[in-house]
Design a protein around this ligand. Structure first.
Ligand SMILES: Nc1ncnc2c1ncn2[C@@H]1O[C@H](COP(=O)(O)OP(=O)(O)OP(=O)(O)O)[C@@H](O)[C@H]1O
Ligand SMILES: [Mg+2]
Length: 393
């Protein structure tokens, strides 16, 4: 009977009596040696219930299922089926592996698709962002590339339209400043000319002489402002023309310091320049470089109280390094970001200018392939550093 059952089920079949004694075994051809099997499944079957037990036999898991056999009144035997679980475990392992590979692969595919979709969405947005940042720096010629016809495409279109209009307005403004400055120059020259002539006519002892002198000085001041405005508009319209030639930097510094000595003295400020005997030559526009130096020294003088010092130092490393150091009121951190902006004038500036000096200076130095930087400590002083490429030494 056990043999027949084993053939049907593919399992080892055993029959035990109600004490657990082995009566028949499908894996043994003869009658088995009487031996008691009292594994948990058998014990449960003896007590009248179905028993299940998984045994670890030589690293192999074996499932035992025991069921009690009953005649009409009593339990008379136990039928025990045993089968190796190895194959089942192998199937489970294969399934786990299969699902692991499928999940990993599909996650990777999802990731790649997600990346491409995100990129498709963010690329046009990034292009618009870059264009806006560029425009915030003052470049109105920048345009956003239109990649798609969706909302982002519409945004790029609107941005480009706005950039074009702003560019036109900016150009109109610069043209206006340029024209008005030109128009102002002629009457100013007449005012100054007639004031000087009138001064000559009335003579120094006349009461009128003082008034005419004021007119002359104020005309000079206005003239300087108009010159700065003209320079500015030229720079903005890219019409500034530099005349390059060999410039002896030592000589240039000396000349500028000598020219500004009277201004410094008027403010009670010491203006000194540290001698450097090197013959340092830069290829540049002498007048424009002088204009930069004049503005830096003038700013230093304006920042200083009477009795303080403004010093101009020249060093030569790989580049010519000009430092303008002052002992003035310094520049606060919040102001620092703006001092090179056009028309920016410091809050505690005692002397009014147009606020164009540094903006023009920066542009001129950049046109020379140089740089201009600033370091400052409030109430201690400020150092402006200009570097320029050296032609020869
Ligand atoms: N050495 C300095 N010490 C303290 N503040 C300075 C110094 N140099 C510049 N600044 C600040 O930076 C501002 C801008 O300087 P910038 O030379 O551009 O304009 P300005 O001197 O006011 O006018 P302009 O030079 O057109 O006559 C100044 O108004 C001042 O507040
Ligand atoms: Mg200035």
């Amino acid at each position: 009977m056990v043999k027949k059952l084993a053939a049907d089920t593919n399992a080892q079949v055993q029959v035990l009596n109600t004490e657990g004694m082995l009566l028949g075994d499908s894996s043994i051809s003869s009658t088995p040696i009487p031996v008691k099997i009292l594994t948990p499944d058998v014990i449960q079957a003896i007590s009248g219930e179905n028993g299940v037990y998984i045994e670890n036999l030589h690293n192999e898991k074996v499932l035992h299922v025991s069921v009690p056999i009953k005649n009409k009144i009593n339990y008379i035997a136990v039928l025990r089926l045993s089968s190796s679980l190895e194959e089942v475990y192998n199937v489970i392992k294969k399934l786990v592996l299969f699902f692991g590979v499928v999940i990993t692969a599909s996650s990777l595919v999802a990731l790649v698709i997600g990346f491409f979709i995100a990129n498709r969405l963010t690329k046009p947005l990034n292009m618009v962002k870059k264009a806006t940042q560029e425009m915030a720096k003052g470049n109105f010629k920048v345009r956003a590339q239109k990649i798609s016809n969706d909302e982002i495409g519409v945004l790029a279109d609107s941005f480009n339209k706005m950039a074009e209009e702003l560019g036109q307005l900016e150009e109109m403004k610069n043209e206006f400043i340029s024209n008005i400055s030109h128009e102002l120059k002629t009457p100013l020259t007449s005012i100054k000319g007639f004031a000087v002539t009138a001064m000559d006519m009335v003579g120094e002892n006349s009461e009128l002489y003082e008034y005419l002198n004021i007119i002359d000085e104020e005309a000079d001041r206005l003239s300087r402002l108009v010159d700065e405005l003209l320079d500015f508009s030229k720079i903005e319209l890219n019409k500034i023309k530099l005349t390059f030639d060999d410039v002896d930097i030592n000589c240039l510094i000396r000349e500028t310091v000598v020219a500004l000595k009277p201004v410094a003295e008027n403010h009670g400020v010491n203006l000194i320049c540290e001698k450097n005997n090197d013959n340092l030559v830069v290829y540049g526009d002498k007048n424009r470089l002088k204009q930069v130096l004049v503005n830096l020294i003038d700013n230093g003088i304006k920042a200083c109280e009477s009795g303080k010092t403004v010093k101009v130092v020249l060093e030569a490393k790989e580049r010519a390094i000009i430092k303008v150091e002052d002992e003035g009121h310094g520049i606060s951190e919040s102001e620092m970001k703006h001092i090179f902006d056009k028309f920016y004038r410091g809050k505690n500036s005692r002397y009014s200018g147009t606020g164009l000096g540094l903006a023009i200076a920066k542009k001129i130095i950049e046109e020379h392939g140089g740089s201009i930087t600033v370091e400052s400590e409030e109430n201690k002083g400020t150092v402006f550093t200009v570097t320029l490429p050296i032609k020869y030494q």
